[in-house]
Design a protein around this ligand. Sequence first.
Ligand SMILES: N[C@@H](CCC(=O)N[C@@H](CS)C(=O)NCC(=O)O)C(=O)O
Length: 250
Amino acid sequence: MTAHAEYELYYWPTIQGRGELIRLALEAAGASYVDVARLPESKGGGAKAIMPFLGGKKKGAATPFAPPFLRTGGIVIAQTAAILSYIGPRLGLAPEDEPGRAHVLQHALTAADLIVEAHDAHHPIAGSLYYEDQKSEALRRAKIFVAERVPKFLSYFEGLLETSEGEWLHGDRMTYADLCFFQVLCGLEYAFPRAITSLSSSIPLSLALQERVGAQKRIAAYLASDRRIPFNEHGIFRKYPELDSEVPAG
Ligand SMILES: N[C@@H](CCC(=O)N[C@@H](CS)C(=O)NCC(=O)O)C(=O)O
């Protein structure tokens, strides 16, 4: 079923989550890939397809701890940023030079840190508990996330764009770091629209980058397709209006 695809992505089939960062890279490059768990179970898909890789009794040296993971060229790689740094150069989404590649990985990891905090804003106690069972803690956590962390991360990325030698986070070519930042901005806009609106005048270059990424031909086609899973309240970025607020001035 997946024999003809160069890349097999394994990620939870009903959410964007961290898998979306890999999907965006594969889509941006027009790579041949299969989103395995999104296939019907009768074709080897579903969440069931993920489980055998996660160890069980037979663990290997590079067994993934959690999805996303990618199978390509006979190997399986996990950890979103590690996957991107492996496929980035192969997909034309990373710089040629080694310092440039390190910087792009740095930016992707910073976006990944922000993703963790966006998740913890609604699940500050445990991912295994329902939101409703940690709502009071989430309200406290989200208030600080919106007031302190979102502006700090976004002004950091805006600063990178102000000093970049091109219009992308690293120079004049789009890399997988730009795709990560794009996804984070889309997620924050979905989950924290009031916060992002109140910050928008201070992050013009970031918003322009988001628009540029979204307008890339392959990305635009992907976003309009049913391959793009809509944001929903099972993923990392969740629209819980009670957690959203304007960023306080100053
Ligand atoms: N640092 C890892 C985090 C992976 C991760 O947390 N995956 C989530 C879905 S987005 C998961 O299924 N986690 C299961 C678990 O942590 O037990 C990465 O960036 O890929």
